[in-house]
Design a protein around this ligand. Structure first.
Ligand SMILES: *[C@@H]1O[C@H](CO)[C@@H](O)[C@H](O)[C@H]1NC(C)=O
Ligand SMILES: *[C@@H]1O[C@H](CO)[C@@H](O)[C@H](O)[C@H]1NC(C)=O
Ligand SMILES: *[C@@H]1O[C@H](CO)[C@@H](O)[C@H](O)[C@H]1NC(C)=O
Ligand SMILES: *[C@@H]1O[C@H](CO)[C@@H](O)[C@H](O)[C@H]1NC(C)=O
Ligand SMILES: *[C@@H]1O[C@H](CO)[C@@H](O)[C@H](O)[C@H]1NC(C)=O
Length: 367
């Protein structure tokens, strides 16, 4: 008799569990995924958690969350609070967290004292150039645990004493590379191009200046601000590069941000490495057709860009994490962090969704 009851109880629990599983399978979320101003989000999944870092300007902050789609209750850790009076004390932008060997590395942009160049520097610039001292830096973890580690400044990345922002790592069979937003010359101001250099480890650039290659220039109408600006290169930008590898075909893409980050036209462009040598500009193909991810006025999702890429908890889906604006007239202060699932086109390139607020189905395997 007792065994019979137990059997019923077991069956009842099973039905209950199934009911929950099926209701959770259709669980939804909405954008943004963090209810505060935030830009340049970077997300990486490790173990049972997602880790996010983004531009706070003043410091480097790491968030830890069991879910990709809600960061309001995430654990928050101050990773790096720069000392005053250094070349890296202010404007800490676009941090990214990468795992190499048994250490974790933050790569980020910073400048001295808000980068307000004195007149005898500014006079050399083609346009006004408040970014003339922006450079790339790297922090290294104390150990193999991204959350439990402490982080220390490891090095400045060599960009030949020239403007450098939004740097990222590009991993290839031929080695490790630094891809970042650069100018042609020290005092250009604009345009902001994409440059690549070779690295001998995550904190050392091994290329000399003549090996530095420019792999993309904002020369399409949609890479200029205002759209198609005919007369000079002011605000024409390629920035926020991110490696994206097709998991099935192995094709290597760099998805970057184009136009200007403070207005509705900001969007994502696409480069593909077609040849064997990342340092050879001829080996890269830009998708000149237009942005591959861009504003959706019908959904009031504007100025979408500066993306990073991650997977669903079960590893079966690809997700893009990006920032966008509800009110594009509010400029940088309008940016919030969002995420959506994406797929792949028949030619192996990423097939991004139209940006919006949802509700969307939560990532596969999300509890
Ligand atoms: C990091 O900087 C942000 C932006 O100024 C600030 O809100 C936050 O309190 C800082 N974090 C810490 C721990 O100081
Ligand atoms: C947020 O986290 C706290 C502490 O872990 C927990 O008690 C609370 O239920 C969480 N809230 C939500 C909305 O998840
Ligand atoms: C700070 O930046 C300036 C301008 O790029 C450079 O000349 C100087 O050597 C840097 N200082 C240090 C300590 O790296
Ligand atoms: C830069 O490096 C390349 C390849 O190692 C070398 O051939 C070239 O001579 C170097 N240029 C300078 C100016 O050192
Ligand atoms: C499904 O969601 C409910 C309510 O949010 C939660 O209590 C339960 O643990 C979830 N079940 C699974 C299998 O994730």
């Amino acid at each position: 008799m007792a065994a019979f009851k137990l059997l019923f109880l077991f069956a009842y629990l099973l039905i209950l569990a199934r009911g929950q599983a099926s209701s959770n399978a259709t669980a939804t979320y909405t954008n943004p995924i963090l209810n505060k101003v935030g830009a340049d989000p970077w997300v990486i999944r490790h173990g049972d958690y997602y880790y996010m870092t983004y531009t706070t300007n003043d410091n480097i902050t790491l968030l830890q969350s069991p879910t990709l789609t809600d960061w309001n209750n995430a654990s928050v850790k101050l990773v790096f609070n720069p000392p005053l009076g250094q070349n890296y004390s202010t404007d800490l932008w676009a941090p990214e967290l990468h795992h190499f060997g048994d250490k974790w590395y933050f790569i980020f942009t910073a400048d001295p004292n808000g980068d307000s160049p004195p007149p005898e520097v500014d006079m050399y610039c083609e346009f006004n150039c408040p970014a003339v001292h922006h450079r790339m830096y790297v922090l290294e973890s104390s150990g193999n645990d991204p959350w439990g580690s402490t982080y220390e400044l490891k090095a400045q990345l060599n960009t030949y004493d020239q403007f450098a922002i939004d740097g990222t790592y590009f991993q290839h069979s031929s080695g490790l590379y630094h891809i970042y937003s650069c100018w042609y010359r020290q005092y250009d101001g604009w345009p902001a191009n994409l440059c690549i250099t070779k690295m001998s480890d995550p904190w050392t650039v091994s290329s000399n200046f003549s090996e530095r290659a420019i792999i993309s220039v904002p020369d399409n109408a949609w890479e200029k601000t205002p759209y198609g600006r005919p007369f000079n290169a002011r605000y024409n930008s390629n920035e926020g590069p991110e490696q994206l590898t097709n998991p099935t075909t192995g094709q290597n893409f760099v998805i970057y941000s184009a136009a200007r980050s403070d207005n509705r036209n900001y969007c994502l462009g696409q480069l593909e490495l077609k040849g064997d040598d990342p340092l050879n500009p001829q080996d890269w193909r830009k998708n000149n057709e237009g942005c591959v991810f861009y504003q959706n006025a019908l959904a009031q999702a504007y100025g979408v860009g500066h993306a990073s890429f991650t997977k669903s908890p079960d590893g079966t889906q690809d997700w893009i994490v990006y920032h966008g604006m509800l009110d594009p007239t509010d400029g940088w202060a309008a940016r919030t962090i969002r995420t959506q699932k994406f797929a792949w086109n028949a030619d192996g390139s990423p097939k991004f969704p139209r940006p919006g607020y949802g509700p969307y189905e939560v990532p596969s395997g999300q509890m």
